[in-house]
Design a protein. Structure first.
Length: 144
């Protein structure tokens, strides 16, 4: 091979290398764009995660409030149960006892009322008998 041919071969090889380098540069540019897009995607994901963290923090605060409310409700329920067991239960027992006494008194009053009615009937009968006897006695006195 002569020098010109050798130079031509080297030149052709250099042109091929230049084309390869140009292709690599284009590929690098595309990769840089892809990496830039990935960076933007990662940034977006980071923002979304930050938003989720804020939401979770809000939910946790809400849960703490609910737990506090639940504790308060349990305390109030316990107090209500104690009042029902101790105070109202006793009052209901007293009221029932009073009602039972009233029932017994009404029963006794019914018996007394019956006795009074029976006694009134007896007195009415006696009054009629006395009137009859008084009339008979008057007649006998006049007959004498």
């Amino acid at each position: 091979m002569e020098n010109n041919e050798l130079l031509q071969a080297i030149y052709n090889d250099l042109q091929s290398v230049k084309q390869d380098i140009s292709g690599l540069k284009q590929g690098q540019g595309i990769l840089q764009q892809d990496v830039s897009g990935l960076k933007q995607d990662v940034s977006g994901v980071k923002q979304e995660i930050s938003g989720l963290k804020k939401n979770i923090s809000g939910l946790m605060q809400g849960q703490e409030v609910l737990q506090t409310d639940m504790t308060e409700i349990k305390q109030r329920t316990t107090k209500t149960e104690i009042v029902l067991e101790n105070d109202i239960s006793k009052k209901l027992d007293t009221l029932f006892d009073g009602h039972q006494l009233d029932s017994e008194k009404l029963s006794k009053l019914d018996k007394i009322d019956k006795k009074v009615e029976d006694t009134k009937d007896t007195v009415d009968v006696m009054f009629k008998v006395i009137q009859e006897h008084s009339g008979e006695i008057k007649e006998l006195k006049l007959a004498k």
